[in-house]
Design a protein around this ligand. Sequence first.
Ligand SMILES: Nc1ncnc2c1ncn2[C@@H]1O[C@H](COP(=O)(O)OP(=O)(O)OP(=O)(O)O)[C@@H](O)[C@H]1O
Length: 329
Amino acid sequence: MIELEGLTKRYGGKLAVDGLTFTVRPGLVTGFLGPNGAGKSTTMRMVLGLDHPTAGDVRIDGRHYDELKDPLTCVGAVLDAGDVHGGRSAFNHLLCLAQSNGIPLTRVHEVLDTVGLTSVAHKKAKGFSLGMSQRLGIAAALLGDPRILMFDEPANGLDPEGIHWIRTLMKSLAAQGRTVFVSSHVMSEMALTADHLVVIGQGRLLADTSMADFIRQNSRSYVRIRSPQRERLLHVLHEAGITVVECGGGALEVDDGKAELIGELAARHRIVLHELSPRHASLEEAFMRLTAQAVEYHAHSDVPGGSWPRQASRAGWGTGWGAGRRKGA
Ligand SMILES: Nc1ncnc2c1ncn2[C@@H]1O[C@H](COP(=O)(O)OP(=O)(O)OP(=O)(O)O)[C@@H](O)[C@H]1O
């Protein structure tokens, strides 16, 4: 288990991590999602004691990283796949790590086999592709058979086969009861991998939710409408008790696929429609919207793109998320 309590990191005038409080639990893959520069790597470095918090605390199974007796047997991490002595073979790289941490030689062979590098174990790491380097980094992380694993953007630059392999590995590690914490800035990848989701933006917690809840709340269907008689259409829809959200470029949106009803209402009132299209919001859109709101929150106090009537809301969007989300709302 990894527990963060008000974790904060400031670099000069830049608040990279801003009071993060959440728990990463065993038996699950927890996706750590945020756009570039959100503070994911900084957070992971603080978990591993590579950076010191400005404020707050982070504990691994109840202890600070530097209090762990044999860190490699407790937590394994891949923060930078290129962080290997290029002149060393994969085998020698792992052997050095094993010897300096009291790990038996048999374990080196086991992890090479697990990551599929046995056949190239004696090749120098500088000749490795990005995918092979990722596998070597993961082998090193698994070496001490740790209960907790952290991966920073492990799918970066990998081909589809490599991504599939990493996804399957992370799930099997979690199924063994381990804590698996993996960062990414790609929502669609996390949707296929993670059981739980922690989203941050500008160092702040935006969501702490199960993946199933996130999908349920954000896989909404809606109808997009355009009309040259927009005001009249708004009035008719309002009279019919239909909640409308005004979007950019004069478009309107209505939740829950009422396309036929809206088309019939428009025909009955002789309102011209230029668009009436049923749509499904993707999780990627939901993620972008969630993180964009965080940026907007810092710039303005109002929600962009007003709604009509003013109290109209997108039911499900952003509801039921974690404490940080409510704080930022
Ligand atoms: N050593 C440092 N000195 C100064 N600023 C830093 C340092 N490390 C990170 N930052 C800044 O802190 C913020 C968070 O960076 P971080 O690398 O943690 O984000 P990230 O979410 O991992 O981004 P990415 O997805 O691009 O890797 C960024 O604005 C970054 O420029």
